[in-house]
Design a protein around this ligand. Structure first.
Ligand SMILES: *Cc1c(COP(=O)(O)O)cnc(C)c1O
Length: 343
């Protein structure tokens, strides 16, 4: 049975529309595991939202995005000749490249004449970019379409973005991340001549956690006596039921800090020992019969063994149960677009 992400489509789309309304000029980010939904589905949702641009994380993600989304695609990783030089789609007219130096742009234009670029500024993220005092010059030298800034989570964005906008008044279009609607409005008031475009992933696709749920299938249920053993590690079990569910390490199950461990210290210890090794000591992320049972042992690649204590009514084979997962590290087998109202 599959590990399935069940999406209440109407509710999910309503949250997307709210995010778009709160962040005018939004550039949806479609990268990595597609925030749990998969990149192709997000490309189609972005197409439906009628935005003029989306952003992908890497050049490797570009071909699929160009096929699934009909308008412009920004690449968030910087163009580097040694790593990106031989990749496909460099010359596609719908691509906007991110660059941090004039020599990289020269190499890119050698391979893909006329390619359009955004210059990235080095922010307090300290990830990559041209320094603040070089950005305007780089934009002018390369004929850049605009500039792009990546900011830490949290606050203080207005001051930092403001410094860049002041330092490079000739750059009219700026892409920014992790700003709130209020911060964006404040920046637009302070810099009326500039065009600000917020890049948004989490606050767009994962804006309403009640709009989606990961569900696992119950593969088997077996009564066990105290001292019975199971699994690769042959650990002894308490009396109750052994419940086998779909969803394991290959899906990203238990790949986050076990937030239900009793204290901050026990959480820290669990993380320090490795989440998987700690898994038999912490509650699993599965909800079974209204409880969050423990793992019998660390999850397997495609399924997990859970211990349901005596006295708790077990589920039936074929039932589905909810799994708490961080969707940015989840790889589900299937996404089910459901419309509960019409079922
Ligand atoms: C991932 C990413 C974003 C989007 O981040 P979220 O927290 O998912 O909104 C924006 N800009 C850059 C450069 C990124 O790498």
């Amino acid at each position: 049975m599959s590990l399935t992400l069940v999406v209440d489509v109407e509710r999910w789309r309503a949250a997307q529309e709210r995010a778009c309304a709160a962040l005018p000029g939004i550039v949806p980010v479609v990268k990595g595991n597609g925030y749990g939904f998969g990149r192709e589905l997000l490309c189609r949702e972005a197409q439906r939202l009628a935005v003029p641009q989306i952003a992908v994380g890497t050049y490797a993600e570009l071909p699929e995005a160009l096929a699934a989304f009909g308008r412009e695609v920004l690449v968030l990783e910087p163009y580097r000749p040694a790593v990106c030089g031989g990749l496909p789609d460099l010359a596609d007219a719908r691509v906007l490249h991110t660059v941090t130096s004039a020599s990289d742009v020269a190499d890119l234009r050698n391979r893909a004449p006329g390619s359009r670029v955004l210059v990235e500024g080095l922010t307090s993220m300290n990830r990559f970019g041209a320094p603040l005092d070089r950005l305007g010059e780089l934009a002018a030298e390369t004929g850049a379409v605009g500039a792009t800034l990546h900011l830490p989570l949290g606050t203080g964005h207005v001051a930092e973005i403001g410094r860049f906008l002041e330092a490079a008044p000739e750059i009219s279009r700026w892409y920014v991340s992790h700003v709130t609607g209020q911060e964006l409005a404040e920046l637009r008031r302070r810099f009326p001549g500039r065009e600000l475009r917020p890049r948004v992933g989490t606050a767009l696709w994962l804006a309403d956690p009640a709009a989606y749920q990961v569900r696992a299938g119950v593969l088997d249920v077996r009564p066990v006596a105290k001292g019975d053993r199971c699994g690769y590690r042959q650990r002894p079990l308490p009396a109750g039921h052994l419940v086998v569910v779909s969803g394991g390490t290959s899906h990203g199950v238990a790949m986050e800090s076990p937030s239900s461990a009793a204290t901050a210290r026990s959480r820290a210890v669990a993380v320090a020992e490795g989440v998987l090794e700690a898994a038999h000591r912490v509650r699993s992320p599965f909800t079974v019969s209204g409880t969050t049972p423990r793992f019998a042992e660390p999850p397997h690649m495609q399924c997990s063994l859970l211990v349901l204590p005596a006295g708790v009514a077990p589920p039936a084979v074929g039932d589905t149960v909810a799994v708490r997962m961080r969707l940015t590290t989840a790889y589900v087998d299937a996404v089910e677009l459901a419309s509960p109202d019409r079922r």
